[in-house]
Design a protein around this ligand. Structure first.
Ligand code: ZN
Length: 332
């Protein structure tokens, strides 16, 4: 077995590492086919010949060529893997997010190309989590927030007027579920009604968990399956163990990114920014577990195989304009 190259741990090392096309290619291949067995992404055939000068395979099954990019978020992109790798690095490691303008400038490409890259990376960061949070003896916080609203700073009387169970007018409701010392799940929910909120809880939290929430009526009835305790935010924000401060911290990180870095987020794209923030949160360093920038990068990269997102899917528009722009930035 060949010696595994030392993977980059800092941005500087990453830039140097991924400027080497062979190292980049070997890295991408090791992620795409972790067992070492290269299979055709179109027909699954393992019969192929490798054309090393062009770093592509000719499949003997379907008689077509394929590259390491086919079937991944990099498919159809004329941008070099060196740029893609650095884009991934920046997105997964910037705590408050990074704008497409900044990524564009850093890589010498247009903002539009950078925006599209970043949405593809976010898709990769959206890993479907099947593991439920909590369990007997575990503490789980649940809470909702509105993106764009200023509910937390509103006077209680005003809150009652402006906030209904359907949410604040024109704002998107987001529900978060956090296991203390563990992971977070967050999703855009249609309403703050019982059905919508409790469906999230039952999908993501193990029965018997201790659940802490505010006094919203939508949470009533959780006591049948969980040890549910509520706190009245009109009275105080902390009552011993019963609080949702962990989620409050997450909301402020999310909003800092949305307000400061991403000035205009269309509601349609909101869940992707949410996925990005959730990924960084769930892959943060913990008390007894160090997670470096390189680890976060590698984790995101390992989620990329098999994910594909086209420009049409993102915007409903054709691909012509973006391809022209990308082609213009193709490394010589
Ligand atoms: Zn094939």
């Amino acid at each position: 077995m060949a010696n595994k190259p030392q993977l980059p741990k800092t941005l500087q090392e990453a830039v140097s590492f991924f400027s080497d096309p062979q190292k980049t290619f070997d890295y991408a291949v090791s992620l795409r086919w972790p067992t070492g067995k290269v299979t055709c992404p179109r027909c699954e055939s393992t019969e192929h010949s490798f054309i090393s000068t062009r770093r592509l395979w000719f499949c003997k099954g379907c008689k077509k060529q394929f590259t390491v990019k086919v079937g991944t978020i990099f498919e159809d992109s004329a941008l070099g893997m060196d740029k893609w790798m650095i884009a991934v690095w920046l997105i997964v490691n910037c705590k408050n997010g990074i704008s497409s303008y900044e990524v564009g400038r850093a890589l010498g490409i247009t903002q539009k190309s950078a925006w599209f890259m970043m949405h593809r990376v976010r898709l990769a960061m959206h890993s479907k989590e099947f593991v439920q949070l909590g369990g007997c003896g575990k503490e789980v916080e649940v809470d909702e927030t509105f993106i764009g609203g200023a509910a937390r700073f509103m006077h209680a009387d005003k809150r009652k007027l402006k906030i209904t169970d359907r949410g604040v007018k024109g704002k998107a409701a987001i529900m978060g579920i956090l296991e203390r010392g563990g992971e977070i799940r967050a999703a855009v929910v249609p309403t703050r009604r019982k059905h919508d909120l409790q469906a999230q809880i039952r999908a993501h939290v193990k029965a018997q968990s201790a659940i802490y929430s505010d006094a919203l009526l939508s949470y009533h009835g959780l006591n049948r399956d969980f040890a549910h305790k509520t706190i009245d935010h009109a009275e105080s924000y902390v009552d011993g163990q019963v609080h949702t401060n962990g989620l409050e911290n997450f909301w402020s990180l999310l909003k800092r990114g949305l307000k400061g870095t991403y000035v205009n987020v269309e509601p349609f794209h909101l869940f992707r920014y949410l996925d990005e923030q959730v990924f960084r949160y769930n892959n943060r360093a913990k008390k007894d577990h160090f997670v470096g920038d390189g680890d976060r990068f590698h984790k995101a990269m390992s989620l990329i195989a098999g994910k594909r997102l086209t420009y049409e899917q993102l915007t409903g528009k054709g691909t012509d304009s973006i391809h022209h722009e990308e082609a213009g930035t193709r490394p010589a």
